[in-house]
Design a binder for this molecule. Structure first.
Ligand code: FAD
Length: 257
């Protein structure tokens, strides 16, 4: 079967196939477990799609379907059924030049066993990309992308333990994100906090050990040492590296039409 096939990829790049697979999984699998979406969940869904419609750096057909979905959602006031949402996803094919991703095909988020990586890896990658995409536009509301991620995870993310942990981190410090404390760095440092907690745990794919990222091979100048020998991060260089690594110009489209 295709799931046994290992697709070659380069670990220093980000792939559109993972971002599209994340959209597919979140809309077709995760959302599908909510037959009715209302109240707080409906607000979370709208925020998530609105951020994607603004910032997802994808193929024109995918962007068009996100924009059309965002428009449709803005008319949904009180509640919506998943089946009506599914109808819209199925019918984007009829909107000119629009097509919603219709399959999962993981690349840099492949795992060495079926239960490793994939969607959670894709979710992190998607939000790193979105914080970087939003960096110039988001002057008015610097927390927009992070708050959308926070409410999406809170309302829908299938791993409930993950959602609880993420909400604790968000409640602790997301409000401090702003001009001096950019969203890209907030997400990077919280992701490293999660990596640190999960290192050596059962959810760690042995082929993809949890490390403090980026490792020196990817970004030598991100790392420093204090006089006492303790490791430090050079935040300025790290921010520059995040902008480079997750930039839309550098995304690879391998395996996509
Ligand atoms: P991931 O951690 O998923 O990272 C994906 C890719 O991002 C890496 O391969 C690397 O290229 C890059 N990356 C790594 N670190 C960083 C960083 N600091 N900044 C930028 N890019 C980076 N699992 C649990 O078992 N318990 C939890 O509580 C938990 N909470 C989670 C909360 C959220 C919001 C999410 C999205 C996932 C959570 N997970 C949790 C899943 C876990 O974090 C991993 O996603 C999963 O174990 C797969 O790991 P991975 O090896 O693919 O790397």
């Amino acid at each position: 079967t295709t799931s046994d096939l290992w697709r070659q990829f380069n670990r220093s790049f980000v792939y559109m196939a993972d971002l599209e697979s994340t959209l597919y999984y979140s809309m077709r699998v995760e959302m599908a477990s909510h037959p009715v979406i209302d109240g707080e969940n409906l607000r979370s869904l709208k925020q998530y799609i609105s951020v994607l419609a603004k910032f997802f750096p994808g193929r024109t057909v995918v962007r068009n379907s996100l924009i059309s979905l965002d428009k449709w959602l803005s008319d949904q006031d009180t509640e919506l059924s998943y089946s009506s949402l599914k109808n819209v996803l199925d019918n984007t094919a009829q909107v000119p030049n629009a097509a919603f991703p219709d399959t999962e095909m993981w690349l840099a988020c492949q795992g060495s066993k079926p239960h490793f990586r994939k969607y959670p890896c894709g979710m992190w990658t998607l939000f790193h990309v979105l914080t970087v995409q939003a960096k110039d536009a988001a002057i008015k509301d610097r927390q927009e992308v992070l708050q959308a991620m926070r409410s999406y995870v809170h309302s829908f993310f299938g791993c409930r333990e993950c959602a609880t942990h993420f909400e604790i981190m968000a409640a602790e410090s997301m409000s401090q994100v702003g001009k001096q404390n950019p969203p890209e760095l907030w997400l990077w440092s919280r992701h490293n906090q999660v990596n640190n907690r999960l290192a050596g745990s059962l959810s760690e794919d042995p082929q993809f050990p949890k490390i403090q990222w980026p490792p020196p091979e990817l970004c030598p100048s991100c790392h420093g040492v204090k006089a006492n020998g303790e490791h430090t991060w050079n935040l300025e260089k790290t921010l520059t590296f995040l902008h480079f690594h997750f930039s839309s110009e550098r995304l690879l489209s391998d395996y996509l039409e």
